[in-house]
Design a protein around this ligand. Structure first.
Ligand code: FES
Ligand SMILES: [Fe+2]
Length: 457
């Protein structure tokens, strides 16, 4: 394919006939201007402090998975920036989950230390104050030795907002925040066919990166760098003809065509090995495929429908394009989703507790389990061949060092850039980011951050 003209609408449309406002439709262009963004956001401690009070303390943030706390008393810990939270199941209903600051009211000890656990009460290890799982005070050890004024309020654990969407648990430190579903804007409608609530986690990885959380985040909200950083995927990913859509509250997405040769790739004639591998994964014999390269995406879509029928999976809610393409969402402020019919790859970028030049990167892969020993998760989900995909075993969370193996080829290639970027953005010779329209999601995102920083939000 010859590189197509960049459209005057400033985005390609992958489904031009989709009715306006439907999940596949290209949304109206949002003119976010042409400003260059300042760089202290990536390194300055004062910026980080203000970002915490102005943005982080007001926004919804993905804490974890409801499926990790199936029984009453099960909890997980969610650390973000300088704070730590306990998310605990308080009953058997879908929404019986509460979240508290992970701190003891006596002298400020942390209450829990493990990522996951199960309790019938929270007991502080320092002087044994304890709380019920609903956060109410259970006991103050040697209470008779306190003057009544000190403890007369029987302090409950300090609660934060906690809401659940599709089995994903979000928290918000702002008691006055709009409800989660409102915050997520169009995403719940768009992602409904993927049925995330029925997915199961098969990969869970955490690592510390030598860069501000936004440097890491920004690298996953554009595919402009694919031609240089990930040339291996050009044979089967169209990284140029992309649909970008910008939504309310800093949310956005890009729709990426898999199964199509990139205009940046030299050989446009052959049904290359990458396309063949995708055909194969879709259950289409690549040697029997006699069409042109530009027919492969359609063939994969048909193959996947057939395969779903064989495996007893219901793909009726998906459009053809959703079967091949990466529905790639940016969930403000710090999460990206790569949604595919087979599953969901979640990336989360967390600020470091003290150092704005470091961050925590989380990678989670969720899939719809398939009860067939021969079933393989497509390569683009980034899971190793030996990963159990039955959905019956919750994988252990792996903590890996920067540079250590486990992220998969593509994300490892991105990770290499992070340290260099962190240094470069602090150079006197650098004035700030100049975004192309291929990076319009980033401009949209940083303008939303600016609204928090200047007090508009
Ligand atoms: S710090 Fe928790 S009981 Fe004293
Ligand atoms: Fe990348």
């Amino acid at each position: 394919m010859k590189k197509p003209n960049f459209p005057t609408s400033r985005s390609f449309s992958l489904e031009p006939n989709a009715s306006a406002g439907s999940p596949s439709a290209l949304s109206p262009y949002v003119d976010n201007g042409t400003d260059i963004f300042t760089t202290e956001r990536y390194h300055d401690i004062e910026f980080a402090r203000k970002e915490w009070t102005h943005m982080w303390r007001k926004t919804w943030s993905l804490a974890g998975l409801a499926s990790d706390i199936p029984n009453t008393g099960d909890y997980f810990k969610y650390d973000v920036g300088p704070e730590s939270f306990i998310v605990v199941r308080t009953g058997s209903g879908d929404h019986d989950i509460s979240a508290f600051y992970n701190v003891c009211h006596h002298r400020g000890n942390r209450l829990i230390f493990d990522d996951f656990g199960s309790v019938d009460k929270f007991v502080c290890a320092f002087h044994l104050w304890s709380w019920n799982i609903d956060g109410s005070l259970l006991n103050i050890q040697d209470r008779e030795t306190f003057r009544e004024e000190v403890v007369c309020d029987n302090p409950p654990l300090t609660e934060v907002r906690c809401e659940i969407w599709q089995g994903l648990v979000f928290i918000n430190m702002d008691p006055d925040a709009a409800p989660l579903l409102e915050f997520l804007d169009v995403l719940p409608e768009h992602l409904a066919p993927f049925n995330i609530a029925d997915m199961t986690i098969i990969k869970d990885l955490q690592t510390e990166w030598p860069c501000n959380w936004k440097i890491a985040h920004d690298a996953f909200v554009e595919v402009y760098h694919v031609q240089s950083v990930h040339p291996e995927i050009l044979p089967f990913l169209n990284d140029y003809q992309v649909q970008w859509d910008l939504y309310a509250n800093g949310m956005s997405r890009m729709l990426l065509k898999f199964g199509e040769v990139s205009p940046h790739f030299e050989d446009q004639e052959a049904v290359n090995e990458g396309l063949k591998a995708l055909l194969d994964e879709a259950g289409v014999d690549p040697e029997a495929y006699s069409g042109e390269p530009d027919g492969v995406r359609k063939a994969i879509q048909q193959g996947k429908r057939e395969k779903a029928r064989r495996l007893g999976l219901d793909y009726s809610a998906f459009t053809d394009n959703q079967l091949t393409d990466d529905w790639n969402y940016s969930i403000f402020p710090n999460v990206t989703f790569n949604a595919h019919p087979e599953g969901l790859l979640i990336q989360r970028f967390r600020p470091h507790a003290r150092d704005p030049q470091k961050s925590v990167y989380d990678l989670m892969v969720l899939i719809h389990p398939v009860d067939d020993p021969k079933y393989r998760v497509p390569a683009y989900m980034g899971v190793e061949d030996d990963v159990a995909i039955s959905g019956k075993v919750r994988p252990e969370r792996r903590h890996i060092a920067y540079g250590e193996e486990g992220l998969g080829m593509v994300i490892s290639q991105d990770a290499v850039m992070m340290g260099h970027m962190q240094q470069g953005v602090q150079s006197h010779g650098y004035a700030g980011a100049r975004y192309s329209e291929q990076e319009q999601q980033l401009r949209h995102w940083h303008l939303e951050l600016a609204r928090y920083m200047n007090g508009e939000k």
